[in-house]
Ligand binder design. Structure first.
Ligand SMILES: *[C@@H]1O[C@H](CO)[C@@H](O)[C@H](O)[C@H]1NC(C)=O
Ligand SMILES: *[C@@H]1O[C@H](CO)[C@@H](O)[C@H](O)[C@H]1NC(C)=O
Ligand SMILES: *[C@@H]1O[C@H](CO)[C@@H](O)[C@H](O)[C@H]1NC(C)=O
Ligand SMILES: *[C@@H]1O[C@H](CO)[C@@H](O)[C@H](O)[C@H]1NC(C)=O
Length: 477
């Protein structure tokens, strides 16, 4: 009897483990001068027991690396493709064939579970550019999935920014979709519900703090304290709970009370702003991951919540229109090395996570300001040029390299431009003001990075197909 119980319990646990109901996901964006090679990323995810990854496109070569790994993959369709996906159903069928169905066969198959259609299409900054195309695109994707016989296994959804809904100052129970997009949000929510697709939302307590100096800082974290928000008989002490429950009420008002909610992005940046540093990121993730692993959920959504952290690595080519912090969301640096202690398995044992292994860098060399260049006003324009084409966000106020001397500032800019140009000799000229050196100019605080060697696999594949092509040409001749 006892043995049978143990057996049943074991089976139950195995089912839980393989179904991945308790594990974390992570976003992996590749807007970097040299994105990490997917083979290193796969290993990193395995080493840190991360079982789900959310991508922002469907790059065939990248997605192929997840075949047979047991890592669940969410593909992304960029906003730029929404018009085509809304107007031309055949395009969508081709996409599903090439970027979904084909992957299910190769080498044990890629475990694709969701397709994220667009990314935060109702962001106010887009001024309504995607309002007409997002819903038809969503419908076309799910229709094509159904037609390919995949509709039960793979679900379409839309990652929404959290300000598609709000509650004014009245607390979560007053939650509703923003009036100007309410109609379309209600239609989308009902469609998702009818097709058993989840509602996906990105939640950023950091941005609330960034946008509003008066935002109570403790409300961004999970340790209580502060006034919180009293809503009838519930007192909310953190923004995560309040935000998710506001959405819950908005969905209830839209007539879809039981739809599954997934948090598509959540995280804390480590540079580019005075509130963005490894210490605060560590505190945020500590609270978040403890909360998630306890499976308590929120007052209105008790239980497990599916979450994708933002983000795996830094991306030095993201737009900085929202702020300098945009390029520093990584739990890991650009090269896959860890920044702060965290327990990604959610078990509460905080330590440095396992970094990417065997990553290949370019030569150990840096581009800096020539010592004999005494008149700095002569290099002002070079500095601006270098920064405009590379990444100087770490020089900004409150950032890791903000305390450099004026000369080192110039060196930092020169080096970023040099590294992001793959260390090309011409990229360290600056009319004679730059020089290449083997001396590491980094300080404890401020890293002068060395660029990664670029995507070996893709180049090898390209080279092989080039050689094969050349060979067949020779044979024909
Ligand atoms: C597959 O995805 C890639 C990358 O997102 C895209 O460039 C390509 O056009 C897609 N293929 C089809 C047939 O849509
Ligand atoms: C430094 O360079 C600027 C701009 O070229 C020039 O106007 C200025 O006279 C120079 N200063 C010295 C001390 O040479
Ligand atoms: C270095 O550059 C940053 C960003 O442009 C600026 O805030 C800082 O004051 C500069 N430092 C010096 C010493 O000029
Ligand atoms: C340069 O120095 C920094 C800080 O000491 C260190 O973290 C980094 O690994 C060094 N870079 C290289 C390429 O050795």
């Amino acid at each position: 009897m006892a043995r049978a119980m143990v057996l049943i319990w074991t089976c139950y646990c195995v089912v839980l483990a393989t179904k991945c109901v308790h594990c974390l996901g992570v976003n992996w964006g590749t807007q970097a001068s040299t994105p990490l090679d997917p083979q290193y990323v796969v290993q990193m995810l395995k080493d840190n027991k991360i079982k789900k990854v959310k991508l922002f496109d469907s790059d065939h070569w990248t997605v192929g690396h997840f075949a047979g790994t047991g890592i669940e993959v969410m593909l992304g369709i960029p906003n730029l493709n929404l018009k085509e996906f809304s107007d031309d159903y055949d395009t969508v069928e081709d996409y599903i064939k090439e970027n979904v169905t084909d992957h299910l066969r190769d080498h044990g198959g890629v475990d694709i579970k969701y397709i994220a259609v667009g990314n935060e299409p109702f962001l106010k900054a887009y001024k309504g550019a995607f309002e007409k195309t997002i819903f038809p695109a969503l419908k076309n994707v799910q229709k094509a999935l159904n037609k390919a016989g995949l509709g039960n296994k793979i679900k379409a959804t839309i990652p929404q920014n959290a300000d598609v809904y709000d509650s004014g100052s009245a607390g979560p129970s007053a939650g509703d979709f923003r009036p100007e997009i309410r109609d379309i949000m209600v239609k989308i929510s009902r469609f998702l519900d009818q097709h058993n697709c989840p509602f996906m939302v990105n939640i950023y307590p950091f941005l609330s703090l960034y946008e509003n100096e008066d935002f109570p800082i403790e409300f961004a974290f999970f340790e209580g304290g502060g006034k919180g928000v009293q809503d009838q008989n519930i007192r909310y002490t953190n923004m995560f709970d309040a935000n998710l429950d506001t959405l819950s009420y908005a969905l209830k008002k839209a007539g879809v009370s039981n739809i599954k909610i997934i948090v598509g992005e959540i995280g804390w940046p480590t540079n580019g702003h005075k509130q963005a540093n490894p210490k605060m990121a560590q505190k945020f993730y500590h609270g978040l991951l403890n909360k998630l692993s306890s499976n308590k959920g929120t007052p209105r959504n008790p239980g497990y919540i599916e979450v994708y952290l933002f983000s795996l690595t830094d991306e030095n080519k993201k737009s900085i229109a929202p702020g300098f912090f945009e390029r520093h969301w990584g739990i890991f640096r650009y090269d896959g090395q860890p920044k702060f202690p965290i327990d990604l398995s959610g078990e509460g044992n905080e330590k440095m996570p396992v970094g990417a292994k065997n990553v290949k860098y370019l030569d150990k060399q840096w581009c800096v300001l020539n010592d004999d260049m005494r008149n700095l006003s002569k290099v002002n324009r070079d500095l601006e040029y270098a920064c405009s084409l590379s990444d100087c966000t770490s020089l900004s106020y409150g950032s890791t390299c903000n305390k450099l001397s004026e000369r080192k500032n110039v060196s930092y800019a020169f080096n970023m431009y040099f590294q992001m140009s793959q260390q090309s000799v011409e990229a360290c000229d600056f009319n004679g003001a730059g020089k290449i050196t083997n001396r590491n100019y980094s300080t404890d605080e401020c890293l002068f990075p060395v660029e990664l060697m670029s995507g070996g696999g893709r180049n090898v594949a390209g080279m092989i197909s080039f050689l094969v092509g050349l060979f067949s040409l020779l044979v024909i001749l």
